[in-house]
Write a protein that binds this ligand. Structure first.
Ligand SMILES: Nc1ncnc2c1ncn2[C@@H]1O[C@H](COP(=O)(O)OP(=O)(O)OP(=O)(O)O)[C@@H](O)[C@H]1O
Ligand SMILES: [Mg+2]
Length: 121
């Protein structure tokens, strides 16, 4: 299994969610975060210019998927989150050692495999 961690622009979130839905990706976590992506802000001070790390609002998505689903998931994000301008974000693919579905006690593959007719989750 892998955890796909994506940092995207907040204004691209709904497009990303729609793309993930069409790619049949189910099960994800979203957090609003602040991040730094290399952009530098120059601040004029009394004694001269200092440089401050610029922080911008981003959305972090965490999606636990089985290995064969990684490419589909990443492609959905890349396609929907891109504007072509700096600050579009990043996607990290992180190995996952163990997954449990709490309700059933299922593990690993079975625990990340989406259930088609989930009414509420
Ligand atoms: N190396 C990193 N580690 C963790 N988070 C990162 C990293 N790089 C970028 N991020 C996160 O992604 C957000 C957007 O980064 P950004 O798109 O500016 O990356 P970039 O590599 O500088 O690409 P670009 O050249 O398109 O700006 C950052 O605000 C930060 O939250
Ligand atoms: Mg950047």
């Amino acid at each position: 299994m892998k955890m796909v961690v994506a940092i995207v622009r907040p204004e691209k979130l709904s497009e990303v969610l729609e793309a993930l839905f069409h790619a049949e990706v189910r099960g994800l976590t979203i957090t609003r975060v602040q991040g730094h992506g290399g952009e530098i802000e120059r601040v004029e001070t009394y004694r001269g210019t200092t440089v401050k790390m610029e922080l911008s609002e981003k959305v972090r998505l965490e999606i636990g998927v089985s290995d064969h689903f990684v490419e589909t998931t990443v492609n959905a994000i890349l396609g929907a989150a891109r504007t072509g301008l700096v600050g579009d974000g990043k996607v990290f693919v992180v190995p996952v050692e163990k997954v449990y579905r709490i309700r059933t006690g299922e593990e690993d593959q079975a625990a990340v495999t989406p259930i088609a007719e989930t009414v509420a989750g």
